[in-house]
Design a protein around this ligand. Structure first.
Ligand code: ADP
Length: 241
């Protein structure tokens, strides 16, 4: 899925503060299959940009195109994974994963088979009958990823999905996400304010500046392929950002 954000501006209106400009002339072009991180300080407009791609917000002017067509609301081709898994507490793991398929009216047997395959991918088959409160934070995020993948989206939009997890769990999930991305060849847009995370995961980093949000810098990362992320590489990047 090819995403083009062209000359996009976005403001929000606050009763007290008046008009708050959040995105200022944003231009980003994301090719099919790319793993891109959007990096920037809190409040620079990362989530707003992701919401525009998800079709959850609308730009004031400029355009957001998906495969050359203007976005018209949300769609199952673009699914967001949030920091909070947002699982239904009253549904088991497999029923959470199957939820979207049910809405699409997929026959139960087929949906179950599909959900099980995806649960295998995130190493949670054993927990298919468990309920969200029985799972750790990392497991919940894996269910949230499974629930997104089962819909076979063309693009996975991830809004700081691992920010609330401990370092060890985050590292495991990074590995799993890279595996999934390699297997599915999905386009992934990953929001983070953590440079290390961006460098580790993505092929390309778009750095945003704040007030109002603009694209400060963009660069390609090669560390993932080689698996090397030395302190020197990090130091160099921090200087460049
Ligand atoms: P980030 O994801 O980089 O932290 P956001 O896109 O969430 O940034 O927010 C950017 C700015 O826009 C913030 O100042 C936030 O308060 C404001 N904002 C975001 N969404 C809304 C909204 N729906 N209504 C009003 N203000 C909003």
């Amino acid at each position: 899925m090819h995403i083009e954000i062209k000359n996009v501006n976005k403001s929000f209106f606050h009763k007290q503060k008046g008009t708050l400009k959040v995105l200022d002339q944003i231009n980003v072009d994301i090719e099919q299959g790319q793993f891109v991180s959007i990096l920037g300080p809190s409040g620079c407009g990362k989530t707003t940009m992701l919401n525009l791609i998800a079709g959850l917000e609308k730009e004031d002017d400029g355009e957001v195109l998906v495969n050359g067509k203007k976005i018209n609301g949300p769609g199952t081709d673009r699914i967001v994974v949030f920091q909070e898994s947002g699982l239904f507490p009253w549904l088991s793991v497999i029923d959470n994963v199957m939820y979207g398929l049910k809405i699409k009216k997929m026959p139960k047997k087929e949906a179950e088979e599909k959900a099980l395959n995806i649960l295998k991918m995130v190493h949670l088959s054993r927990y298919k009958d468990a309920y969200p409160h029985e799972l750790s934070g990392g497991m919940k995020q894996r269910v949230a990823i499974a629930r997104a993948l089962v819909m076979e989206p063309d693009i996975l939009l991830m809004d700081e999905p691992f920010a609330a997890l401990d370092e060890q769990t985050r590292m495991t999930l990074h590995k799993e996400l890279i595996d999934i991305w390699r297997k599915t060849k999905l386009t992934v847009i990953f929001i983070t304010h953590n440079i290390r995370e961006a460098v580790k995961l993505s092929q390309r980093i778009v750095v945003m500046g704040t007030r109002p949000g603009y694209i400060k810098k963009e660069f390609t990362v090669n560390t993932m392929q080689s698996g090397i992320m030395t302190d020197n590489v990090m130091f160099d990047l921090e200087q460049r950002i």
